[in-house]
Design a binder for this molecule. Structure first.
Ligand code: ADP
Ligand code: MG
Length: 691
């Protein structure tokens, strides 16, 4: 059958409506999409063994002749066995298939087959269960490197492989979108070769060539897109904010800033006064003191008669910033306001009105800030805290809020505590300049971290009481809000509601406990956080709503229940809630897990306080998709590039894209049109890239 890139898969042999629907679930409706539906991994089935020489306990190909016609037996209702004996010159192999009665007719006595499966041996007799098999000479699944695809129910790997084989007949018509010069410079394989070999490589060397080209391509378009975003901002006019002596600001702080904080403040000052819009990421591990750096920027902006806004990912965090920054800035004559979704409608309207009228200089809030209704009189600085929670698109939405039409674009400052591996930072923040606060305020002692099993639970409770006796406070973090027996592992999961009850009635009747979770009403949440900050609550039983940014320096202990349920970076964030003051601080990871992998993960955390090392490890273990949860980074989805491992290639692609854009900033020369199209496709969800 002849196919083109556009042939609907329902016209492929063996694909009816039902299977078509299932393929659709995988995002596959047309022939061309099969080509970019990449294998997850490959099985090397090239070596073919004789029965005696086959290694035991791993999947291998064995060549043998069916010595008899398969026999079908029904052991009991719902269990059918097909058995046969296969032989070669020196050995005998007994093969069993479960519930695949058609095999009785699919295998014929006297024919040679390759069986792919695990050979077991008992009492000198060799056997195999449920092997994949093919006639010798007609092989496509054995004797070669076999691609293993992500599947869905009703779509088997051999089916997908055979569809892809057919689709590859038109791989030659996939357009070459990479400019010739780029391909030459970086020694990249051709399109057709790459698609052939990403699916059915003859050797792992060929596979590597194919992967290299396709990954480069992805990263190249991504880099080009981000670089264009950056250039676009760079050519716009920004508010020119004059510098003022920083001492005036610093004198208001209850501490002296670290060298790293000073350096970053200076970088920000330079940006703000340059006349071009700032696009800066401030990255610093938890507790490095990013908030005052942001406050400094807001102070500069307000001093120049402009407005600044700061967006935080949760209400708890927005309120905390408001509580700490208002007292710092208001005495300097700066009018600070809080705008969150949970304000009473009338209060919200009042804040919106004063923002629009220019009666507020610095507004702190949640995503409520980017609502259409919010208009600024003269917004000059947009700060987002814990930026990894927001996407590229939200950032763009913010930057678009410049005030009246024709006004200069606001400066953008994003702050992230998530120590993002360099690789990923290059990608996500490819359109930003980066400042790093690589120093913690003095007097901090690293948090001591322990992985603790159920047998030590009583001791752990004792420890909470000891610390409380010394005047310290503690967090106890649970993975769930309410009990839910339906949830996987639900019975064993600690939930805030029930656990807090048990704790307050049976374990700590003498301590003041508080409860905090995302399902509470905003006013309640605010009350609890304020009480905890004021020391009225000694032990706060909470979900991960305290994960980012919450700052209560007197808290010296954080206990995480069911710790194995959390990602490493998340645990590191949680741990960052303590060790923020001068007290010796502790993080206790409670777990009943028996999995050696889970234990090893948790031990990583106990062995280092270095956020970068932890995130690198996390990325390796969980992959970049999970790293930020559901695509929270707001970047286009990458099919192939493994952001943890492809650092060198990323740099190459980035430099190459920059060179191309230098020569043709809008990608409008005919030979670069295909690149432009690819970039547009990749950034389809961020359509303003070319405006
Ligand atoms: P993060 O970088 O995690 O956002 P914060 O800005 O919340 O950190 O700062 C953590 C704590 O450290 C806050 O209580 C803050 O007041 C304090 N802090 C910040 N900078 C310094 C400094 N230079 N010296 C002492 N304490 C500081
Ligand atoms: Mg912070």
């Amino acid at each position: 059958m002849a196919v083109t890139l556009d042939t609907p898969l329902t016209q492929f042999p063996g694909i009816g409506e039902a299977r078509g629907k299932k393929l659709e679930k995988l995002g596959l409706t047309r022939c061309g999409q099969l080509l970019t539906y990449y294998p997850r991994y490959y099985e090397d089935r090239r070596t073919i063994y004789s029965i005696r020489s086959a290694p035991l306990g791993q999947k291998v190909c064995v060549s043998a002749m069916a010595a008899e016609q398969p026999r079908l037996s029904r052991v009991r209702k719902g269990l059918e066995l097909v058995k046969l004996r296969a032989v070669d010159h020196a050995g005998s192999l007994s093969i069993t298939f479960f519930n695949q009665s058609y095999i009785q007719r699919a295998i014929r006595a006297g024919e040679e087959y390759i069986f792919y499966g695990t050979v077991e041996e008992q009492g000198g007799r060799r056997s195999m269960v449920n092997p994949v098999f093919e006639r010798v000479g007609k092989q496509s699944l054995t004797g070669c490197i076999v691609p293993i695809y992500p599947l869905t129910a009703g779509i088997s790997n051999p089916l997908l492989a055979s569809l892809t084989r057919l689709a590859l007949s038109c791989a030659g018509s996939m357009p070459e979108t990479l400019p010739q010069a780029v391909r030459m410079d970086h020694q990249l394989a051709q399109v057709e070769f790459s698609y052939q070999n990403i699916h059915f490589p003859q050797s792992f060397e060929d596979l590597e060539l194919a992967r290299r080209r396709l990954i480069f391509e992805e990263l190249f378009y991504l880099s080009a897109g981000l670089a264009m975003l950056k250039t676009r901002r760079g050519t716009q006019a920004g508010h020119k904010i004059p510098l003022r002596p920083a001492e005036e600001f610093l004198a208001r702080l209850p501490f002296s800033p670290t060298q790293a904080q000073l350096r970053v403040m200076e970088e920000i000052g330079r940006d703000l006064s340059s006349g071009a819009p700032m696009n800066r990421l401030v990255q610093g591990d938890v507790g490095s003191g990013k908030t005052v750096v942001a406050a400094y920027a807001a102070w500069l902006a307000a001093g120049a008669g402009c407005q600044a806004a700061m967006m935080a990912p949760t209400e708890v965090l927005a309120e905390q910033h408001y509580r700490s920054l208002a007292p710092l800035l208001e005495p300097a004559g700066i009018r600070v306001a809080l705008l969150t979704g949970s304000l009473a409608p009338s209060a919200k309207r009042a804040v919106q009105q004063s923002v629009a009228a220019g009666e507020v200089d610095f507004v702190i809030g949640t995503q409520a800030l980017i609502a259409k209704k919010v208009a600024f009189a003269r917004l000059a600085l947009m700060i987002t805290d814990e930026q990894h929670r927001f996407g590229v698109a939200q950032r763009a939405a913010l930057a678009a809020k410049s005030g009246p039409p024709g006004a200069p674009s606001p400066h953008v400052l994003v702050m992230s505590a998530t120590p993002i591996p360099r690789t990923l930072a290059l990608i996500i923040y490819g359109d930003l300049d980066v400042s790093v606060i690589d120093q913690l305020p003095p007097g901090r002692t690293p948090v001591e971290t322990y992985v603790v099993g159920e047998d030590k639970r009583q001791r752990m409770y004792g420890f909470v009481r000891t610390l409380a006796g010394q005047g310290r406070q503690a967090y106890i973090i649970c993975p769930a809000v309410e009990d839910d027996p339906e949830r996987e592992g639900g019975g064993d999961l600690k939930s805030v509601s029930t656990y807090a009850q048990v704790l307050s009635q049976e374990v700590f009747p003498d301590l003041r406990l508080g409860v905090l979770h995302g399902k509470m009403r905003p006013k309640e949440k605010e009350g609890v956080m304020a009480a905890f900050a004021a020391g009225e609550i000694q032990v706060l039983v909470s979900t991960t709503v305290v994960e980012v940014g919450v700052d209560v320096p007197n808290a010296a202990l954080i206990i995480v229940e069911n710790a194995e349920r959390f990602g490493l970076s998340q645990l590191h964030q949680l741990r960052g809630r303590v060790g923020r003051g001068s007290h010796r601080s502790y993080c206790v990871l409670m777990t009943a897990t028996r999995s050696p992998d889970a234990m090893a993960r948790l031990k990583t955390l106990a062995s280092t306080n270095d956020g970068f090392q932890i995130s690198q490890e996390d990325l390796k273990l969980r992959g970049p998709g999970d790293f930020f949860g559901q695509r929270q980074h707001g970047l286009p989805q990458l099919a192939l590039a493994d952001l943890a491992g492809d650092m060198r290639l990323l740099q190459e692609a980035q430099q190459s894209a920059q060179r191309l854009l230098m020569a043709d900033p809008t990608l409008s020369q005919p030979e670069n049109r295909p690149v432009r199209e690819q970039v547009c496709r990749l950034f389809a969800e961020t359509p303003d890239i070319f405006n």
